[in-house]
Design a binder for this molecule. Sequence first.
Ligand code: NAP
Length: 623
Amino acid sequence: MPGFHPTAPSSPPRGPAAGAGGAANYDPETVRAKYLAERDKRLVPGRADIRDLGTDEHFARYRNDPFTPFIEREPVADEVDVVIVGGGIAGVLAGARLRKAGIERIRIVDQAGGIGGTWYWNRYPGVMCDVESYSYLPMLEELDYIPTRRYAFGEEIRSHLEAIADRFDLVADARFHTGVTRAEWDEDAARWLIRTDRGDEISCRWYVLAVGILNLLKLPALPGMEDFAGRSFHTARWDYEYTGGGPHAPLTGLKDKVVALIGTGASGIQCVPPLAESAKHVYVFQRTPSAIGERGNRPTDPGFAHGLEPGWQRDRMDNFQAIVMGRPVEADLVDDGWTHHYAAVQHPPRREGMTTAELLRSGEEIDYSIMDAHRRRIEELVADPATAEILKPYYRYLCKRPCFHDEYLPAFNNPNVTLIDCPAGIERITKQGPVIDGKQFDVDCIIYGTGFERELTPLFRRAGHDIVGRGGVTLAEKWADGAASLFGMMSRGFPNMFVMPAPGQQAVVTVNYTQLAVLGAEFIGSAIGMLEDQGVEVVDVSAEAEEAWTQKIVDSFVDSSALMSACTPSRINNEGHPEANNPRNGNYGRGFGDWFAYRDVLEQWLEAGRFEGLELEARSTAS
Ligand code: NAP
C-alpha cells in the first residue's frame, strides 16, 4: 500500500536512472499547480460511491465463482483444532506453519472453490504479480521450487499455493465454496463455534482469520448500470465462458465484440494487451492514468538457483524490504522499479545540515524527475500525441500505486483500441453502454477493472461475518473507534483468536505482502504450537499489554494528510480524504511501520517463551 512516508532517511537513495536529468526544467510552482488542477478534475462528488456486493441483489451474480462448479454437500458438524478463514497466501502459510507445529486437525474455510485467495479469483488475461517472483512466491526453499519467470503470472502463483497446501495436507479437510456467517466464542466449552452459509457448525479451539486485504470487489455505483443490455463482469471474476480463451490464450469469443474496459489500475492495464489482441474494438475508460514503469520480465536465468545458500529467500526478501525502507544494502538483488523509483521517492537523500524544507524540496525534485521520465516514456511508446497526453500521470509518484508493464502503452497504437478520458468518472450507463460527456459508446460487454475496497477497510468488514467474543461483544463493536490489539494479531475479549497481520491493524505495511504473511504465519503457528504444548486451554490478551501496544501505534502515527490531500484521489488517500485516517489503525513504527523492528519484537517474544502480555488458563486434566 504505497504512499508518502515522511520519515527522514538515513541512507542515500537507490538512484533512479530513469529520472536523471528530468529535474532540469523543474519549476515547482507550475508543477504543483498542474498537479492540483488535475486532482480537482477528479475530486467530484460521488466518485467513491460503490454498490455493496455483500448485499446487492441486482449484482448478486458478481459474487459467484465462474471457475469451479458449485457442488451441494451435507452440512458438517464437528470439532477441529483450528479453523482458518481464508485459503489464500495468508491462510495457506498459517496452515503450513500450524502443521509444522504439530497441529493435527486444521480446517481452511473459503468462499472460493479452491486454494489461492486473490490468485484464485483474479484470473483475468495477463494477470501477473508486480513483486518479483523469487520474493513473492512463499516457501520456495521448502518446496524446492524456482519460479519460471522474474515476475510470475497468476496461474504459477496459484499452482504454487496449491502445492504448499498439498504438501502440508490442508486440502482434504478444507471446506470450499463456504462462507463463514458467524464465529462465536463459547466460554463454557472454551471453543469457537463457526457457522457457515452451508449450514456447518464447526467447533474449534483456535480461530485464525486470514481473510485477505483486497478481497472485497469494488463495483462503482453508476447511474443506469442495471439497464445495460450486454454482458458485464469484474476482472476478479473473468467470464471466460463469454470471452473464450484463457489467461494466455486468445479471447476468441471477442472477435466480433466491442468491449468497454473501465479502470486503468494494476488489474485494468494488464488486461488491455490481451483485449487489444482479440476484441473487435476496445474502449479503455480512464479516470486517472497510472504511472507505468518498465517491467522487464524474462524467464528465470538457468543459473539462478546455482549457489543459493539455505536461507536465501529470507535474505532476498530482507534485501528488498531494506531498500524500500531506505536502509543501506550492499547490493540491490531485485533491481526494479520498486527498488529504484519507490525507494528513491520514499527516502530522498539527506545531506548533513539540510533543513526540513530543503529535504522536502529535494524529495519533490526527485519525484518530479521520476514522473517526468514516466511521461516521456509514454511519448516514446504511444504514437498519437493526443492519446499520449491523456495517458500522462500528473501527480506525485506515490499518490497512486505504481504500475509496471511493457505492452500496455504500445497497445494504444492498435487501431482497435481507443482511450476515453473521463477524469470525473463514468457519467452513466445505458442499455447500450457507457456515456461520457453526453457521448454514448455502444458496446457488447463492460469489464469492470475497478478494483477492491481499500486495504484499510476494517477487518470486521473484510471478514464478512460477525465475530462475537466474550460477553457477546462483536469485533465490530470493539473496534468501532479503531483497532485495539497486541501485535496486530490478537485482541482482548477474543480468546484463542489470531489474525494475520495486515494494513490498518497495528502491524506494518510491506510492498511484498508475502513477507508479512510469512512472518504472521510463523508467529501464529509457533504461538499456537507452544500454547498447545504447554496445555493452555484459553489465552487472552491482558488489558495492559493491549493498551501498551495500541499506545505505541498511536504515538508513532505520522499525520501525512497535508501531503496526501495534494494527491490525486485514490485508495491510498482515502479518495481525497486522508484526514479520515485513524491513528489507532496505524503501524508499528512511523509511516508504514518499521518492518525489522516489528519482526524483532515477534521473534524475541517467541524465543522468550514467556507469553508476555497474555493471560493463560490451563487445560483441566479431566478434559
Ligand atoms: P485499482 O487500483 O483500485 O484501480 C481501479 C480502477 O478503476 C482505477 O483506474 C479507478 O480510477 C477506476 N475506477 C473506479 N471507479 C470508477 C468510476 N466510477 N469510473 C471510472 N473509473 C473508475 O484496482 P486494481 O487495478 O484492481 O488494483 C488493486 C490492487 O490490487 C493494486 O493496487 C495492487 O495492490 C493489487 N494488484 C496487483 C497486481 C499486480 O501485482 N500486478 C495486479 C492487480 C492488482 P481512479 O484511478 O481514478 O480511482
